[in-house]
Write a protein that binds this ligand. Structure first.
Ligand SMILES: Cc1cc2nc3c(=O)[nH]c(=O)nc-3n(C[C@H](O)[C@H](O)[C@H](O)COP(=O)(O)OP(=O)(O)OC[C@H]3O[C@@H](n4cnc5c(N)ncnc54)[C@H](O)[C@@H]3O)c2cc1C
Length: 498
């Protein structure tokens, strides 16, 4: 622990013990700053936590950790030691009864699409290459511009509409730009033909590090470190609002009405709630914050009495006739998750808004829906589905509605004027973060505070941030990437739900 230089805050309060908040706490405690974390949920880890279910461990949907940023990977390895597996990633797209490998494998794609459809796709792609459409402000024109309309309709449209609940023309191009960036069809085909040439786009990376006891283990260990080193982490302690006086954050008010005072506050609570609960916020800022939309997720876990269902870590369900968008098979992550249990746990994801009837549907009806849909795919091989469990996650995804930045920008400017308040995290800063982005935000927020300097503008950290060095986690620790290709640090095969 370091001694306390003058100018640094003595006490920091952190709202939320998800990856962003607990990483910030972990780093601050190492700097010798008294840090108190307040978490609304009964346990730490946020969306990346791991829960116990039917004598096994499962995450809240698939949680693959991947980063090429040495700062992020260093912290992750420091916490996990060698208590992780390198998992070979296998993910396929299920579309109209067929399975498409992703990254695309030309022969598999050809066999599945059929020669005629494949030719249509290539023609539509070729036409698009000549057309050169400049209007790429929405998701649809962005993807069509790179992949052609036919492939857009097969591989992007239905899935994206399930995920976001809005048409692809209403979805901002940022979503595609951040998640699939420079990947083009030609690059995907090139990579599938010439794998291992060290020049793969990062969306095609096919191994990832996974903690033996689930993704939440990282954050559980960080919380233990904070508690053992002079900090505190209080669960079931929802914060109502941040107290601000003379444009300076001075403490927190909890849901139970209690107030506590701190030198600085880091917030990872939903941005709209943070802003609208502050005192004396101008109406236009309240209106802007209220216009930011989030999408919910319902996870339906099913216990299937078989250990050999399908080999993928997860499947993307593009078929329009099924409402589920993704199916995770936790049997294919790490053996420590299931131990000696002779069954597999699958999680089916359903995305919806608060006002959709599905969100308030009874649990047993949701379990029936998931069972029926799973059986329709044929993935269970007629094995018995012996139990179901429903987990609802509100505000799971910040929705990048076209033009959302016009609302985010004034909110950001307003919050920047409040001294001693740092806003980070996925719904905390309305950025479509993966774990690695939230960990990075936590690391950099702690650095700003510990060094009492605005070293990093945390609002600038997006899912497509650039970094100087590139190093990835391997079984033996951190290794430099063979190529220093820059770009998307968190890969996704299609602009996927993470
Ligand atoms: C289904 C699904 C799949 C995903 N797959 C991947 C993946 O494969 N790879 C990957 O890297 N990432 C994945 N993610 C994303 C990953 O979970 C998030 O990026 C990460 O959890 C974000 O961390 P965070 O700390 O910013 O936010 P969160 O995890 O949301 O944590 C915020 C915390 O703040 C707490 N909180 C909120 N309000 C209050 C309040 N008022 N008072 C006190 N506490 C409060 C919450 O309870 C929560 O614990 C996935 C997410 C989902 C939902």
């Amino acid at each position: 622990m370091q001694s306390h230089p003058p100018g640094r805050p003595r006490t920091v309060a952190i709202i939320g013990a998800g990856p962003a908040g607990i990483t910030a706490a972990y780093q601050l405690v190492k700097s010798g700053i008294r840090t108190e974390v307040f978490e609304a949920a009964p346990s730490v880890g946020g969306l990346a936590r791991t829960i116990d279910l039917w004598n096994q461990k499962v995450d809240l949907g698939p949680h693959r950790f991947f980063s090429s940023d040495p700062r992020v990977n260093k912290v992750w390895l420091e916490v996990m030691g060698d208590d992780y597996e390198m998992v070979n990633r296998l993910t396929r797209i299920y579309y109209k009864g067929r399975f498409f490998y992703y990254p695309l494998k030309p022969f598999n794609a050809l066999a599945n699409l059929g020669v005629l459809e494949a030719m249509r796709c290539m023609t539509s792609y070729g036409v698009q290459r000549f057309r050169r459409c400049n209007e790429q402000d929405c998701f649809e024109t962005w993807v069509v511009g790179r992949f052609g309309r036919r492939l857009f309709e097969i591989f992007f449209k239905t899935y994206s509409e399930k995920l976001w609940g809005i048409g692809c023309q209403e979805l901002d191009a940022d979503f595609a730009a951040q998640r699939i960036k420079k990947l083009s069809l030609l690059e995907a085909i090139k990579n599938s033909l010439f794998t291992g040439n060290g020049n793969q786009h990062k969306t095609l990376v096919d191994q990832f590090a996974y903690p033996h006891n689930g993704s939440g283990e990282v954050y559980r260990r960080m919380a233990a470190f904070v508690r053992n080193n002079g900090g505190s982490v209080e669960c079931k302690q929802p914060v109502h609002r941040v107290l601000v006086k003379d444009r300076r954050a001075i403490g927190l008010e909890f849901e139970n009405g209690e107030q506590r005072f701190f030198d600085q506050v880091i917030s990872t609570m939903p941005l709209n709630l943070l802003v609208t609960r502050l005192a004396n916020v101008p109406d236009r800022i309240v209106a802007a914050a209220n216009s930011l939309r989030f999408r919910n997720t319902i996870l339906v876990y099913l216990k299937v009495e078989s250990t050999r269902l399908f080999k993928d870590n997860w499947l993307y369900i593009h078929s329009p006739e099924l409402r589920t968008g993704r199916i995770t098979n936790f049997r294919n992550w790490a053996p420590q998750l299931y131990g000696d249990e002779p069954s597999s746990i699958l999680a089916l994801e359903y995305w919806c808004n608060n006002e959709d009837p599905l969100w308030s549907e009874k649990d047993d009806r949701l379990i029936d829906l998931a069972k029926n849909e799973l059986n329709k795919t044929g993935l269970t091989n007629k094995a018995v589905i012996s139990a179901g469990y429903v987990h609802r996650i509100p505000r799971c995804y910040p929705v990048y509605v076209r033009g959302y930045k016009n609302a985010l920008e004034p909110v950001e400017q307003y919050l920047k004027q409040i001294d001693g308040l740092t806003v980070i995290g996925r719904y905390g800063s309305f950025k479509y973060n993966n774990q690695d982005h939230s960990i990075l935000m936590g690391v950099l927020a702690a650095e700003n505070i510990a060094q009492d300097a605005k070293l990093h503008d945390l609002w600038q950290i997006n899912t497509d941030y650039e970094y100087q060095e590139s190093a990835v986690i391997s079984k033996t620790g951190l290794v430099r990437e063979p190529s220093k290709s820059r770009g998307l640090p968190a890969p996704a095969p299609v602009p996927s739900a993470a």
